[in-house]
Design a protein. Structure first.
Length: 346
């Protein structure tokens, strides 16, 4: 009798173990299988229900996988975009990447008494927080915009002295990391719009070149310009001996405190503002100073502002943070380029 009871118990145990094994086998190989196995076993032990909780787990795992795939896709698109808390933020746009440098809001004295009349009067400007490209727009970046058909104004100038073909970087396959030159203000605006940005205002540009509005003569400080700091025509030797631009960020000693490269030299840079002979009546809120209406197009008869001097400029005074130049919006010299800025959401 005792042996019969033991045998009966053993048979019941074997029957229960076989049922649990069958439930595990049904979940094997599906997404998130290990989670569902644990839940299924628990249900079998508690109330013999191996289906309801298991199905719930399947739905949960499928949702998680879908969310993960969406997150991964967003991470490669322009919507991955903005980390305004970071000092530097690299964002992928279409076929290329842009590294953005954050500049905090601040107030500074714009202009200088050490330059010419166009830099006067020195006036107080309050600049909201914004971000600026770390580098001048590179040839490879502009070429991506051309490939998509969004940039159409990368042609040499038909005004004044036309640049020689060998000085336009877009035509050199080995200059992908050089600044885009031979580009008009119109072409610069096209690129910045494609990159979901804009040209900086003149006030933003000067605030940035002064490392957030500091009283300094050059991006790197007050030391006199040299080829240690910048790419310019040193003693008539264009491009510090290269006879052309240099790859962006080749002179890190000349960076601003925030890490902006080539804010003086390499190429002069377009800003959004129209040219005014001096700062009388200039805005004090950091916005671009333009007289045309928002719906009025920029055309070749508009005088725009250039900042920063260039690789073929022998005048160290024009490398100063406050120096400014007037030029037609559709002119595209081999010495002109640009970088973009974007507004930081409050």
């Amino acid at each position: 009798m005792k042996n019969a009871i033991v045998l009966t118990a053993l048979l019941l145990c074997l029957s229960g173990c076989k049922k649990t094994s069958s439930t595990d086998s049904g979940d094997a190989g599906e997404p998130g299988g290990s989670d569902r196995d644990t839940s299924s076993q628990t249900d079998a032990d508690a109330d013999g229900d191996t289906d309801v909780d298991g199905d719930t787990d399947v739905d949960g795992d499928t949702d998680a996988d879908t969310d993960s795939a969406v997150d991964s896709e967003i991470g490669t698109e322009s919507a991955s975009a903005t980390d305004t808390d970071s000092d530097s933020d690299t964002v992928t746009y279409k076929f290329m990447e842009i590294e953005w440098i954050a500049l905090l809001a601040g107030t500074f004295e714009m202009g200088s008494e050490n330059g010419n009349a166009s830099e006067l009067p020195v006036h107080t400007v309050t600049v909201p927080a914004f971000e600026m490209m770390k580098t001048e727009v590179m040839v490879a970046q502009f070429a991506a915009c051309v490939t998509e058909g969004a940039c159409t104004n990368g042609e040499p100038s038909k005004w004044g002295t036309n640049p020689q073909a060998d000085e336009c970087n877009l035509g050199h396959p080995d200059r992908g990391d050089h600044p885009m030159n031979c580009v008009s203000s119109l072409g610069a605006r096209e690129f910045c719009a494609w990159a979901e940005a804009r040209l900086p205002s003149e006030a933003e540009w000067e605030y940035a070149v002064r490392s957030g509005g500091e009283a300094r003569e050059y991006p790197w400080g007050d030391e006199a310009p040299s080829c240690d700091y910048t790419v310019y025509s040193d003693q008539g030797d264009g491009g510090c001996g290269a006879g052309s631009t240099w790859p962006v960020c080749s002179k890190p000693l000349g960076n601003t405190e925030q890490g902006l490269c080539n804010m003086a030299g390499n190429v002069s840079e377009w800003v959004e503002d129209e040219w005014h002979d001096d700062y009388t009546g200039a805005p004090a809120d950091g916005s671009a100073w333009i007289s045309r209406g928002e719906s009025d197009p920029v055309d070749g008869h508009s005088w725009n502002v250039l900042r920063g001097a260039s690789w073929d400029n022998p005048y160290s005074a024009e490398l100063r943070a406050s120096a400014r130049t007037a030029i037609y919006a559709q002119v595209a010299y081999d010495s002109t380029g640009f970088r973009c800025a974007r507004t930081v959401a409050p």
